[in-house]
Design a binder for this molecule. Structure first.
Ligand code: CTP
Length: 419
C-alpha cells in the first residue's frame, strides 16, 4: 500500500483560541482532526466559550491544559502568555465571534485570547461564526476588511442554516475545511511581516500586484444582465499565490461565488467600467494580471425598470467596453513593469493569442483553451501556454489552477528581478 503523504501539520503546534459561540462544539472535532494529523494543540478559551463547551472536554481532546486567564500565577510560572503565543506555528481562532474579530481589528487586549492575538509573531487564521446580521453589519465588514489588510487569514464563514433558525452567511466552516485552510497556511509563510521581527519573505516580498478576476455583469435592466461562464478560480488563485509569496495584493473581482483569498484586499465590482475604475485606483503596481473575462460590450441604455414582454421582438443596443488590459499596458506614467494578459480561445489558439499579445501590449500572455471540451471554465485545472513578448512560448502540462498560479508567480518574480 502506498504511504499517505505526511500532513504539513505533523510536528506543528497550533494555538487554538475558542470563542464563545454555539459553533464552539465544532472546535472539539477540529482538535481531534488536528491531533490525528500529528499536530500539537494548545487550547485557549474565552469566558464566553466556557458557556458552550467545557474546558475539561477541550483539554481531554487536546491532551493539554486549557488556558483561560490573563493573570494566572500557575500559567505564568509554567509558560507566560507571550511565550504561549510565540511557541505556535499558527494561531487559529475557531469559532471567531464578531466580538473577537472587533477586538483583533482594533488591537484590544483585555483578556487572555485578545492579548495572545496581539502578542503573536505568527499569522492568525480566523474561522468566523455568527448570526448573518452580525456578519453583514457594516461594523463587522469594516473589521474584516481591516483584518484582511493586516494579513489575517480567513476560513469561511459559509452559507447555511444557523442555530438561530435563519439562513445565510455566518455559519462556521466544517472542521475538515478548517484543517485544509490550516494546512494551506502552514505550507505558505506563517511568520508575520512585523517590522524588525520577521521581514517579509517570499519571491514577491515588497511588491504590489493587482489582479482582475471573474466575469463582469452588464445590466440590461434591474434584474437581467449579460454575463459569461468565468468562475474566477484562476484569477483568485493567482491573487492567493502572490499574497503567499509576500506581495501586497489587490484583487478586483467581478461577481463570483468564491471566498476571498487570504491576505488579499478584494475590490468587488460588477461591470467592466467599474472594473476599470477600481484597477486605476489600485495602481501603481509592479505586476498587473488581467485574468478577468471582461464583457466586450455593455447595453448603452440599461432600463431603469424591468423590461416587459411587448409585441415587438426585443433588441439591445450595445457599446464597446474599454479594454482594461490594453489601457493598463498603455499607461505612460505608471505602466506596471510586468503586465500579464490571458487569452481565452476556442479555436486557432496560437494565432489568436499572438495577435492579442501584440494588440494589447502586454509582456506575457497566458493562453488557455476555453472550449466546452476543455473543462477550463469553472473547472479545477487549466492547461496553458505562456507566450512572451520576445517570441518565446512555453506549454505547461494540465495542472491545478493553484499550481498554475504558483508557477506564474515565480515567473513574475523572475521578470521583476530582470527589469
Ligand atoms: N480584457 C480586458 N478588458 C476587456 C476585454 C478583455 O482587460 N474589455 C483582457 C482579459 O482580462 C484578458 C485579455 O484581455 O486578459 C484577453 O481577453 P479575451 O476575452 O480573450 O479577449 P478579447 O479582448 O475580449 O478579444 P476577443 O473577444 O475578440 O477574443
Amino acid at each position: 500500500m502506498a504511504d499517505t503523504p505526511a500532513s504539513p501539520l505533523a510536528g506543528c503546534t497550533i494555538l487554538l483560541i475558542v470563542g464563545g459561540g454555539i459553533a464552539a462544539y465544532k472546535a472539539l472535532d477540529l482538535v481531534r482532526r488536528l491531533r490525528e494529523r500529528g499536530a500539537a494543540v494548545r487550547p485557549v478559551m474565552t469566558e464566553g466559550a466556557k458557556q458552550f463547551v467545557t474546558p475539561l472536554s477541550l483539554a481531554s481532546l487536546a491532551g493539554a491544559p486549557v488556558h483561560d486567564a490573563l493573570f494566572s500565577l500557575t500559567d505564568e510560572s509554567t509558560m507566560g502568555h507571550i511565550e504561549l503565543s510565540r511557541a505556535a506555528e499558527l494561531v487559529v481562532v475557531a469559532p471567531a465571534t464578531a466580538n473577537l474579530l472587533a477586538k483583533l481589528a482594533n488591537g484590544l487586549a483585555d483578556d487572555l485570547a485578545s492579548t495572545l492575538l496581539l502578542a503573536t509573531d505568527k499569522r492568525t487564521l480566523v474561522v468566523p461564526a455568527m448570526n448573518l446580521r452580525m456578519w453583514l453589519h457594516p461594523a463587522t465588514r469594516r473589521n474584516v476588511e481591516r483584518l484582511r489588510a493586516d494579513g489575517v487569514l480567513f476560513c469561511g464563514p459559509v452559507e447555511g442554516a444557523m442555530a438561530c433558525g435563519e439562513f445565510g452567511p455566518g455559519r462556521m466552516s466544517e472542521p475538515l475545511a478548517v484543517v485544509a485552510a490550516i494546512e494551506a497556511a502552514l505550507a505558505a509563510d506563517t511568520r508575520l511581516a512585523l517590522p524588525n521581527l520577521a521581514p517579509g519573505r517570499g519571491a514577491l516580498a515588497g511588491r504590489r500586484v493587482v489582479v482582475t478576476s471573474g466575469p463582469t455583469h452588464e445590466p440590461i435592466d434591474p434584474v437581467r444582465f449579460i454575463a459569461n461562464r468565468s468562475s474566477g478560480k484562476q484569477g483568485h488563485a493567482i491573487a492567493s499565490a502572490a499574497a503567499a509569496a509576500g506581495a501586497e495584493v489587490v484583487l478586483v473581482s467581478g461577481p463570483v461565488a468564491l471566498p476571498d483569498p487570504a491576505g488579499v484586499r478584494v475590490e468587488r465590482v460588477e461591470t467592466a467600467l467599474e472594473m476599470l475604475a477600481a484597477v486605476k485606483a489600485a495602481l501603481p503596481a509592479d505586476v498587473f494580471v488581467a485574468a478577468a473575462a471582461v464583457a466586450d460590450w455593455h447595453v448603452t441604455a440599461a432600463a431603469a425598470h424591468k423590461l416587459k414582454k411587448g409585441g415587438e421582438p426585443a433588441s439591445l443596443a450595445l457599446a464597446a467596453n474599454p479594454d482594461i488590459l490594453a489601457t493598463v499596458a498603455g499607461r505612460e506614467r505608471d505602466r506596471p513593469p510586468v503586465v500579464v494578459g490571458f487569452a481565452a480561445e476556442t479555436e486557432r489558439l496560437m494565432d489568436h493569442a499572438r495577435e492579442k499579445l501584440g494588440r494589447k501590449g502586454c509582456d506575457l500572455l497566458v493562453l488557455n483553451d476555453v472550449g466546452p471540451a476543455s473543462g477550463t471554465f469553472g473547472g479545477e485545472t487549466n492547461e496553458v501556454t505562456i507566450l512572451a513578448r520576445d517570441g518565446g512560448a512555453t506549454a505547461w502540462p494540465r495542472l491545478s489552477k493553484a499550481e498554475v498560479a504558483k508557477r506564474l508567480v515565480r515567473l513574475f518574480a523572475e521578470r521583476l528581478d530582470e527589469t
